[in-house]
Design a protein around this ligand. Structure first.
Ligand SMILES: Cc1cc2nc3c(=O)[nH]c(=O)nc-3n(C[C@H](O)[C@H](O)[C@H](O)COP(=O)(O)OP(=O)(O)OC[C@H]3O[C@@H](n4cnc5c(N)ncnc54)[C@H](O)[C@@H]3O)c2cc1C
Length: 372
């Protein structure tokens, strides 16, 4: 074998998985279609470290988020990666939204999320004078992260342990070797192949397409892919809040929220724009300025003082969802040998939010599933 482990995709999740294997002494390489790390969804998100109160108790999203968050904070401290535990308020502006945040609180308690507290609207408005709300859920464990610095730290760890990331190396086919193991065939300007004992398909939006190239893989085990774009708007001027402000969640997303980056700049989003294509290559990441009307409406529900003309189209990301509008939200899929019967292979599907937060826990889980 050329190496022990090949990880496909150099996003936050792929890099975390590769770093976990490399750390434990396994010879590991990452093959990445793009020319740098984090060129996919990992650089098109809110950069929020989620606490874990939204997801059904016992689901992978719940377990990976809570465990991932705890491990992530530890890792960021140890490696000196910029981050800040700003905390967040999930705010209600009506009776029905109060019921929603009470239910998120109850789920959060079951999910073992630390420090959650239901507070009155007046208390929240004392903390954040620009806010208007009738009640709020305070989550002190929520934070923000410099996701690129995190991925650089992971890449550094892979390299320090003898591994590397091969860029401009798109995987085109995965074949089985007689006697076990794989031959991962790559295209690009310099086509090639690498043999290995273990393969982790962490190709994000491309994971379904990669799975379809695995020799003998049962197509019925590949879930459907539904794309939901999330658009962001930036906001000029001084930040109106010191904490992250989220409304009650909406179908497909957490609602148009206010995040603050590490420099203190405010941005709004993401919304949920269901796409009619399920081909990731067809996603247009341009933010349509006409969506600003719906942003003003959504934000003014909790920040009525938002002045006219201050928000501008920023960037967008795309969620690799496994369920569509009107369907119950799907869980992450970490499909190992126990599902598909192929020793040494894990496919990661549907790693949307909170995938960044969950990345250290997903990495440990993948390692567990490929321990043999
Ligand atoms: C709008 C939005 C907001 C979000 N906000 C948050 C948040 O605040 N907090 C949070 O925790 N999570 C958030 N997420 C989720 C988080 O961004 C993702 O779960 C995470 O970045 C996924 O990382 P990944 O490594 O799986 O995928 P990616 O970052 O997409 O990486 C996959 C990589 O695989 C490569 N690839 C694809 N096909 C091939 C191939 N054939 N060969 C080789 N390489 C290939 C791609 O080029 C890409 O670099 C958000 C997601 C979205 C869309």
């Amino acid at each position: 074998m050329d190496v022990d482990v090949v990880v496909i995709g150099a996003g936050a999740v792929g890099l975390a998985v590769a770093a976990a294997f490399a750390r434990s002494g396994r010879e590991t390489i990452v093959v990445e279609a793009a020319q740098g790390i984090g060129e996919g969804t990992s650089s098109r998100n809110s950069e929020v470290i989620h606490a874990g109160m939204y997801y059904p108790t016992g689901s992978l999203r719940h377990r990976m988020c809570v465990e991932g968050r705890r491990n992530l904070y530890r890792y960021l401290e140890e490696r000196g990666v910029p981050h800040l535990k700003r905390g967040k308020l999930i705010v209600a502006t009506s009776e029905s939204e109060t019921k929603k945040i009470e239910s998120i609180h109850a789920t959060g308690l079951k999910n073992d999320v630390e420090g959650l507290e239901l507070i009155s609207g007046s208390q929240a408005m004392t903390w954040e004078p620009n806010l208007r709300c009738t009640a709020a859920l305070w989550s002190p464990e929520t934070g923000i992260i410099d996701s690129h610095a995190y991925m650089l730290a992971l890449q550094g760890e892979i390299e320090d342990n003898g591994g590397f990331v091969a860029f401009k190396t798109p995987v085109t086919r995965i074949e089985h070797l007689a006697g076990g193991g794989f031959r991962v065939v790559t295209g690009g300007a310099e086509p090639g192949a690498v043999t290995c004992r273990r393969v982790v398909n962490s190709a994000g939006l491309g994971a379904h397409a990669v799975a379809r190239t695995i020799e003998g893989y049962d197509a019925a085990l590949i879930p459907k892919l539904v794309l939901a774009k999330g658009n962001y708007f930036g906001c000029a001027g001084r930040p109106a809040f010191t904490r992250l402000i989220y409304p009650a969640p909406v179908e497909g997303g957490l609602g148009v929220h206010v995040t603050l980056d590490l420099a203190g700049r405010m941005r709004f989003g993401p919304d949920v724009e269901w796409l009619s294509t399920n081909d990731p290559a067809k996603v247009d990441y341009t933010v349509d300025p006409r969506r600003s009307d719906s942003f003003y409406d959504a934000i003014r529900r909790y920040w009525p003082g938002l002045p006219d003309g201050v928000i501008t189209p920023d960037y967008s990301g795309c969620r690799p969802k496994l369920s569509g509008p009107g369907e119950p939200a799907a869980d992450f899929r970490i499909d190992g040998p126990e599902l598909h019967g192929i020793e040494g292979l894990v496919n990661l599907f549907g790693i949307e939010s909170p995938g960044l937060t969950s990345s250290p826990a997903i990495a440990d889980e993948v390692k567990r599933r490929l321990a043999n």
